[in-house]
Design a protein around this ligand. Structure first.
Ligand code: NAD
Length: 499
């Protein structure tokens, strides 16, 4: 069993607290490593060193900083297989899915290669007589990123690439369930030319998160995780005067209109509902067919597709559709929620409970479950299950389906399947959700747009990556300048006393 470390000042550093968390291989259920859990003292030291390193990094011109991102992007590509393996080993997702995890983070690094143009300020010539105004974007100093387990490469990259490109130093606190990818990314950044101390990976749990929130040097916190923690972090960071953007959980609905291509809708639902064992904040967990006929026809198409899904370890090859869930506790919780759905009267069409994998009996595998006739008062509708469970809620009309989506407290992503442009357009305009797919099930925007939910899926302002990230990780300074008449009016030739 491996003892993992922190990454401070350009090297791996052992933890000093004596406290550790187990890192599992979810496919086997075995503990494969221990990750140190930092104390407040360790965090404060890492921050002090980061603040020192940030001075020179912040003063480095943006194009030189962008060159580090260029080299970083090349190194990520060269190490794609190794990074994907690390992701799969700790998270459990399949290798093709893990490569997608790395790729969608890499795409944010690619945008950051053009950081100088995103960092340009504004200018007004002759705003008054002889008066010019200009604004500049300056780094905040030391910022922090706190990330979840479900995208061990992508989300740390969404945090570190824009923050560093803007000239900040960053404290990254990855999930204690999947810390190794962040450690490797830090090493690749050093190889790419990032000065030591500019990115510090500090592992830990609530203790170190609270230390981040209370540290006076840290100017901003970018968080991704579950809604209760997002709200807590937003509150404590804001009350300590920090800038905070905190992205939370989700319950994403997909509306299927009677005119939709139902085969395509069923394929989309299976991929978006069960991919990565449903452990995606953009997973579709609620299918909302409009009309009984649509619901019956969709169900008929979904059942065979779900029944033939292959669950297995990432080592079993590319025909595995999804892997285990993250912990034994997550498995127990998901199975319990399926039990609860049955008790509450939902129609369990495909039952994933009791699934075991031959040769991997101790792995955290959960089979796919599909409920029909779910109603909004049921716990399986209200909870973010974060597992391979798809709920179908039947709606009588488009308006009822839209209202259901809008009344849900979460607002991360949503989708509509229809052949009618007018309906799709109405949906996109009216729905109170941050990311919308039209005949597209997981509408994670490309890296030069921005990512963010509404309602209880996000606290604070500005989205992740894209132009918003460059606003979040910089502060604006605006200069109003007037120059009085000077040398152009001619030299003074008389020998005069100073006046
Ligand atoms: P989590 O909230 O348990 O953990 C996220 C981070 O917060 C981790 O680094 C963890 O160490 C820390 N943390 C956990 N409990 C804490 C506490 N009490 N005090 C302080 N810090 C604490 O989330 P998770 O289980 O790692 O990730 C899954 C969740 O993340 C899901 O709800 C999912 O929807 C959400 N998610 C959201 C997005 C998004 O962009 N909106 C993206 C990915 C995941």
């Amino acid at each position: 069993m491996e003892d993992l470390s922190h990454y401070i000042d350009g090297q791996r550093v052992q933890g000093a607290s004596g406290r550790f968390a187990d890192v599992f291989n979810p496919a086997t259920g075995e503990v494969q490593a221990r990750v140190p859990l930092a104390t407040k003292v360790e965090l404060d030291e890492a921050v002090a060193k980061a603040a020192e390193a940030q001075k020179a990094w912040g003063a480095t011109n943006p194009q030189r900083r962008a060159r580090v991102m260029m080299a970083f992007g090349r190194l990520i590509n060269e190490n794609m297989d190794k990074l994907a393996e690390l992701v799969s080993r700790e998270h459990g997702k399949t290798i093709p899915d893990a490569k997608g995890d790395v790729q969608r983070g890499l795409e944010v690094v690619e945008v950051c290669m053009g950081a100088p143009s995103l960092l340009k300020g504004e200018f007004t010539n002759d705003g008054g007589p002889g008066i010019d105004l200009y604004s500049m974007r300056q780094p905040l100093g030391v910022v922090a990123g706190i990330t979840p387990f479900n995208f061990p490469a992508m989300i740390p990259l969404w945090k570190m690439a824009p923050a560093l490109s803007c000239g900040n130093a960053m404290i990254l606190k990855p999930s204690e369930r999947c810390p190794s990818t962040s450690l490797m990314l830090a090493e690749l950044l050093k190889e790419a030319g990032l000065p030591d101390g500019v990115l510090q990976v500090v592992n830990g749990d609530k203790e170190v998160v609270d230390a981040i929130l209370d540290n006076e040097t840290i100017q901003a916190v970018g968080f991704v995780g579950s809604t209760p923690i997002a709200q807590y972090i937003y509150g404590r960071a804001a009350s300590n005067g920090k800038r905070a953007q905190c992205f939370g959980g989700a319950k994403n609905h997909m509306i299927i209109m009677p005119d939709a291509d139902l085969d395509k809708a069923a394929d989309a639902l299976v991929g978006a509902g069960f991919g990565a064992a449903g452990e995606r904040c953009m997973a579709i967990s609620v299918a909302v067919p409009v009309g009984e006929k649509t619901a019956d026809a969709l169900r008929e198409r979904l059942v065979p597709r779900i029944e033939k899904l292959k669950v297995g370890p990432y080592t079993a090859g590319d025909d595995v559709d999804f892997g285990p869930v993250i912990t034994a506790a997550a498995k127990k919780r998901i199975d319990g929620l399926v039990d609860r759905g049955v008790e509450e009267g939902a129609d369990l069409v495909v039952d994933g409970r009791g699934f075991t994998m031959q040769g991997y009996e101790n792995g955290f595998f959960v089979g796919p479950s599909y409920f029909d006739r779910v109603t909004p008062d049921m716990e399986i509708y209200k909870e973010e299950i974060f597992g391979p469970v798809l709920s179908q809620v039947r709606a009588k009309s488009y308006e009822e389906a839209l209202k259901l989506t809008m009344d849900n407290p979460y607002g991360n992503g949503t989708a509509i399947y229809t052949a009618d442009g007018d309906t799709a357009r109405d949906f996109a305009n009216r729905v109170n959700v941050g990311m919308v797919g039209i005949n597209f099930p997981i509408p994670v925007p490309l890296s030069y747009h921005t990512f963010g939910g509404w309602k209880k899926s996000s606290f604070g302002d500005l989205n992740q990556y894209g132009p918003d990230a460059f606003r979040f990780y910089t502060k604006t300074k605006t200069v109003t300048a007037r120059w009085f008449s000077g040398i152009k009016d001619g030299g003074e030739f008389a020998f005069k006393a100073m006046d």
